[in-house]
Every structure is written in structure tokens, then in C-alpha cells.
Design a protein around this ligand. Structure first.
Ligand code: SF4
Length: 371
């Protein structure tokens, strides 16, 4: 192990004196670490604290969470936003139970459903003590400012910079210290450089332009993936279509196109044209009622893209949908309906226009394209 460097000692001393007493810092239980990481992904610490405590009373371990029904799960998550995070947590726990144990390194953790590269590193570092750098927006901001890095060089380069800066002999304290400095001192809009242990080493201190350019470095470093064809030229007639990605208990609903129709026998998502005077949500509710005899409980926009057919442009908007009575769906406009596990659904052949949605779902579920 390399010795602790002077600038590392400065930050660790600052952290020892200024750290907040947060409950997830007092555990090495991978389940509890994961819960905190997922809750903190899009929610502030102060808001997460009461939810975290309550969640662990309701679901003290992975077995309790894996057994939770949709209703119990969503009730417990209500108020935190982005409920798909709760479903991903449950899916991760179910996969851990199926394997019999938690993987303890980033590569193994990334194989679990619902765990991406950032979360895998965070769990590996905080639960299993792996000497890996955890790069969140706070850490990236501190590094960009201290070392004069350009966020536009991309996430991989920032991750490498974080690895280079990592204090390996004290990796857990180091990762926490970097996050804490970004959260409490090197904030996006008003960094308190006078209180910073690195004020004398920092390239951005007293440089308003550099401070502003590095306020949200991971946004600048992330190139958004584009789905579908580019938007058609202005004035082109476009047919608007809505699709319902209906989910229940970890499975998705698809319906089989009638044998006597174009592409008969192919599985597709329920949905159809948005009619004149309708908005997307109203069209979605109508299509679900007409095609499945079901009522929409909740719908959340997932993805919109354009697809160019030889004779027309179509704009497709897909919503993640939950139903009031998912068990009661009926094939009113198809040759059958079926609930699919994600991998089974994505193994089907879908109409060409839905390829962008399939790509997005593969990315979300971390399922490789068919060979
Ligand atoms: S000196 Fe200021 S800009 Fe630099 S790392 Fe510290 S708080 Fe951030």
C-alpha cells in the first residue's frame, strides 16, 4: 500500500472533525448500504433519513424486502419519488437470495439486476471495504475544481482521476470524506473555500468562471443516448402513438397481434394512435380499456422517440403503467396476453418501430442484445 500523502491527510483530518453522523456510515451490511445508496440517488440526505429508518423497520433484510408485494412496497416508498427505485431494490434482493450470497466486488455486484457501475462501486467500497473510488457528483465537483479538470472529458476520465486520488489505506473514510467535502463545503453554487482544507491547493478557488463551469460536472460529462430516428423536418405530418409498458410483480404484459393482421402473431405492447383532441395519458387510458378491459392506476412517462416508416413518420411515447386489477386483463383486441419476465420479454421479436424501447429496456435490465 502506498503511504498516505499530505493532501490526503489534510482531507481525512478535516473529515474526522466535520463528518455528519449518518446511519448508513455505521453499517457494513450490503443490504443496508444498498438501500441508502438507492434512496440517495435522487433525494437529499435530510429527506432520506426518516425514510431510511422506517424502511429498515419494515424490511430489515433482503429476505423481507424480496417478499414484499407491490402494494406494500409502493406504500413504504411513497414520498421519496421515482418508485421504480423500490422495484429495482426488490429485484436486487431477490437475485441475491437466488444466488445465496452477495457478490463482494464491483464486477460481481454489477451482475445483479438494478445495480449499475456507480452503485456497484459504492456497495463494494462501503460494505466490503474494496479500495475503489466512488464517483458521485459531489466527488466529481471537488476533483474538477481542485485539479482543474474539464468535465467534458467524460465520466471515464473523471473516474480514473478519482482512482488516482484515492487514499487506498483508508478507502472507506476517503470516499466518505470526498462526498462530505462536496456536500458541505465545495457546494455547486456557493463553495466555502475559506473553510476548505484544500484552499491552498485548489485551481478553481477564487475563479468564478471555473467554479460555475464545474457546478454539475457529471451532467456535463454524460452524453445522453439518443433513441430512434432524428425528429422529422418541421411541418412533416406525424402520427402520434402511445404504448403501455404494463408491469406487475416484476413482469411485463405483452399481447399477440391477431393472426389475420399485418405482422400477425408478433408480440407487442398495448397501445395505439392518439386521437384528435386527446392528450397522451387520455389515449393511454382509452387504449388500455379497449384492448385489455383494464383501468390505469398510474402512468409514468418512460421514453419518446420517432420512427420513420416508408410512407409516414410516427412519434411513439411509452409509459410505464400500473393497473388497478392486473390479474383481470383480457385479450379484447389480440390473440392473447401474457406476463413476461424482463429477459423473456426482450427475447421476443418486436415490430421494428419499438427497437428503441427494447434497447432502452435492455440497458435498464442490463440484458445484452441477442446475438
Ligand atoms: S478550495 Fe473551494 S473550490 Fe476548491 S475544492 Fe475547496 S471548496 Fe472547492
Amino acid at each position: 500500500m502506498p503511504p498516505v500523502q499530505p493532501e490526503q491527510r489534510e482531507l481525512l483530518a478535516w473529515y474526522a472533525a466535520n463528518r455528519r453522523d449518518l446511519p448508513w456510515r455505521a453499517t457494513r451490511d450490503p443490504y443496508r448500504v444498498l438501500v441508502s445508496e438507492v434512496m440517495l440517488q435522487q433525494t437529499q440526505v435530510a429527506r432520506v433519513l426518516p425514510f431510511y429508518q422506517r424502511w429498515l423497520e419494515l424490511f430489515p433484510d433482503e429476505r423481507a424486502l424480496a417478499a414484499a408485494s407491490d402494494a406494500v412496497l409502493h406504500r413504504a416508498w411513497k414520498g421519496l419519488g421515482y418508485p421504480s427505485r423500490a422495484e429495482r431494490l426488490r429485484a436486487t434482493c431477490a437475485a441475491v437470495l437466488a444466488r445465496g450470497a452477495w457478490p463482494n466486488d464491483p464486477a460481481g455486484l454489477e451482475e445483479l439486476p438494478g445495480i449499475g457501475p456507480y452503485t456497484a462501486r459504492a456497495v463494494a467500497a462501503f460494505a466490503f471495504g474494496h479500495p475503489v473510488a466512488v464517483l458521485d457528483t459531489n466527488v466529481a465537483r471537488v476533483l474538477c475544481r481542485r485539479d482543474g479538470l474539464d468535465p467534458a472529458q467524460g465520466r471515464a476520465a473523471l473516474q480514473q482521476a478519482a482512482e488516482d486520488a484515492l487514499c487506498r489505506p483508508q478507502a472507506v473514510a476517503w470516499n466518505n470524506a470526498m462526498m462530505e467535502l462536496g456536500a458541505l463545503v465545495c457546494t455547486a453554487r456557493a463553495p466555502a473555500c475559506a473553510a476548505c482544507p484544500w484552499a491552498g491547493r485548489c485551481r478553481a478557488a477564487r475563479d468564478p468562471g471555473r467554479l460555475a463551469a464545474t457546478a454539475a460536472p457529471l451532467k456535463a460529462a454524460t452524453v445522453k443516448q439518443a433513441y430512434g430516428d432524428p425528429a422529422p423536418p418541421r411541418g412533416t405530418p406525424v402520427v402520434k402513438v402511445v404504448l403501455a409498458l404494463i408491469h406487475h410483480d416484476g413482469r411485463y404484459l405483452a399481447q399477440r397481434r391477431p393472426a389475420d393482421k399485418h405482422a400477425g402473431g408478433v408480440w407487442e405492447l398495448p397501445g395505439g394512435k392518439v386521437e384528435a383532441g386527446e392528450d397522451e395519458r387520455r389515449a393511454l387510458a382509452r387504449e388500455v380499456a379497449e384492448e385489455l378491459g383494464a383501468e390505469v392506476l398510474a402512468a409514468r412517462h418512460l421514453l419518446t422517440w420517432h420512427h420513420r416508416y416508408p410512407d409516414r413518420w410516427v412519434r411513439l411515447a411509452c409509459y410505464r403503467v400500473r393497473l388497478f386489477a392486473p390479474e383481470a386483463v383480457r385479450p379484447l383486441a389480440s390473440d392473447g396476453v401474457q406476463w413476461f419476465a424482463p429477459a423473456d420479454l426482450l427475447a421476443q421479436v418486436f415490430p421494428a418501430g419499438t427497437a428503441p424501447l427494447v434497447a432502452r429496456m435492455r440497458k435498464y435490465h442490463r440484458i445484452a442484445p441477442r446475438g
